[in-house]
Design a protein around this ligand. Structure first.
Ligand code: PMP
Length: 340
C-alpha cells in the first residue's frame, strides 16, 4: 500500500458541510475471524464526533423548511438526549445562530456532559427516570420546549431524523460498496440510523438483510421477535436500547427489520478493546455492540458475505467509564491488561 495519503479534494461549507461522507473501514480482525468482509461506517469522524451530527443537522434543516426556525433570526431548539444528539444540535445551532437547551440524564458519561457545557449548550441535567415517569428526560424536554415557545427536536418521533440517514448514510454505504452489501446491522436509540439506512438499502436491493442489534435490558429485541415489548437484564451502553416503547422512527414498517439479536456488554467490550489495541480504532460501547452483532450475522450467513455496521462514536467520550478500571470492576466487567 502507498504510504502517502491522497491529496485532499473539495471544500465544504462550515460545520454543516463537514457532516457525513465518513469512511467505510474494513475491520480486519472481525473480517478474518469470520471469512466475511465486515465494514464499519466511521461515524466517530463526524465533526461533532458521532453519528448524531447527521440527525441534529437533518432535524434543524427540517425545522427551517417548516418555518419553525429562520437562519440568522433568534430561535431556540430544545432536546432530550443521551448526549450525542445534544452535541450535534448545539454545534449546528451555533453554526446557524440559534440557542440550544439540552436535557440529559445525569447518568450519562461525564465527557459528553462536559463537552455540551464547553460548546455553550444551556444544559439541564435531570435524574434518570423510566419513560413512564413524567420526570423522564424526554418528557422534561417536551415540556420545556412548550413553556419556552421553542422548537422541540423530538429525535425519537421526528422522522426528519430517519430521513437524514435515508438521504445520506444509506446512499453513502451503497456508493462505497458499489451496491454489494449482504446485510446491515446496528443498534437503535431513536432508530433513526437503522430505519433510514434500511430504507435506503432496501429500495435499491430488497434482498439486503437488516438486523437489529439490541443491548441487554432493551425490549426492542422481543418486539422484533414476538411483537411485544419485554426487557431483561441491563447494559452499561449509552445511547441505545428502549426498555418500554417503540420510537416513531421505527414505525410504521418496523424499519424493514428482518431479524434481531442481543449482545451482552462483555461481547461489546471485547470488540471495543480489540479494535482499539489491535486496529487503532477507538470507539464507544454502541459501536462495540454493533461490531459484535456484525460478527454474529457473518457467522450466521457464512463466509464470503459483506456486512456493514456503524461505528457510532469515539472511545474518548467514555474514558471515565469503559476505559476506567474501577468502573469496569464495579460492574463485574473485564479490565483490559493495558489498563489494569
Ligand atoms: N450510539 C450512540 C453512542 C448514540 O448516542 C446513539 C443515539 N442516541 C446511537 C448509537 C443510536 O442512534 P439512533 O438514535 O440513530 O438509533
Amino acid at each position: 500500500m502507498d504510504a502517502a495519503p491522497p491529496p485532499a479534494t473539495g471544500i465544504v461549507d462550515g460545520f454543516e458541510g463537514a457532516v457525513g461522507n465518513t469512511p467505510l473501514i474494513r475491520l480486519r480482525r472481525a473480517s478474518a475471524a469470520t471469512g466475511c468482509e465486515i465494514l464499519g461506517k466511521a461515524e466517530f469522524m463526524n465533526p461533532g464526533g458521532s453519528v448524531k451530527d447527521r440527525a441534529g443537522l437533518g432535524i434543524i434543516l427540517d425545522a427551517e423548511r417548516r418555518g419553525l426556525l429562520t437562519p440568522g433570526k433568534p430561535g431556540t431548539i430544545v432536546e432530550g438526549t443521551a448526549g450525542n444528539t445534544g452535541i450535534g444540535i448545539t454545534l449546528v445551532a451555533n453554526a446557524r445562530g440559534y440557542r440550544s437547551v439540552i436535557v440529559v440524564p445525569e447518568t450519562q458519561s461525564r465527557e459528553k456532559i462536559d463537552f455540551l457545557r464547553m460548546i455553550g449548550a444551556d444544559l439541564r441535567l435531570v435524574p434518570a427516570k423510566p419513560f413512564s415517569d413524567p420526570g423522564n428526560y424526554v418528557h422534561v424536554s417536551r415540556r420545556l420546549a412548550e413553556e419556552m415557545g421553542a422548537v422541540h427536536a423530538n429525535q425519537f418521533d421526528n422522522t426528519a431524523n430517519r430521513a437524514a440517514h435515508e438521504a445520506t448514510t444509506g446512499p453513502e454505504i451503497w456508493a462505497q460498496t458499489d451496491g454489494r452489501v449482504d446485510a446491515f446491522t446496528c443498534s437503535c436509540g431513536t432508530g433513526g440510523t437503522l430505519a433510514g439506512v434500511a430504507r435506503a438499502l432496501k429500495v435499491r436491493n430488497p434482498g439486503v438483510r437488516i438486523v437489529l442489534a439490541d443491548p441487554m435490558g432493551s425490549a426492542l429485541y422481543s418486539w422484533v421477535k414476538t411483537g411485544t415489548l419485554k426487557a431483561e437484564g441491563s447494559s452499561i451502553t449509552e445511547g441505545i436500547g428502549q426498555a418500554a416503547r417503540v420510537p416513531g422512527n421505527l414505525e410504521p414498517d418496523r424499519a424493514l427489520i428482518d431479524d434481531a439479536l442481543q449482545v451482552t456488554d462483555e461481547e461489546a467490550l471485547e470488540q471495543v478493546f480489540d479494535l482499539q489495541i489491535h486496529e487503532g480504532i477507538s470507539v464507544g460501547g454502541s459501536a462495540g455492540i454493533n461490531v459484535a452483532a456484525a460478527i454474529k450475522v457473518a457467522k450466521a450467513l457464512g463466509p464470503g458475505h459483506r456486512i456493514v455496521t456503524i461505528l457510532c462514536d469515539g472511545g474518548a467520550r467514555y474514558q471515565s467509564k469503559l476505559f476506567n478500571p474501577e468502573f469496569l470492576r464495579g460492574k463485574g466487567l473485564p479490565v483490559p491488561p493495558w489498563l489494569a
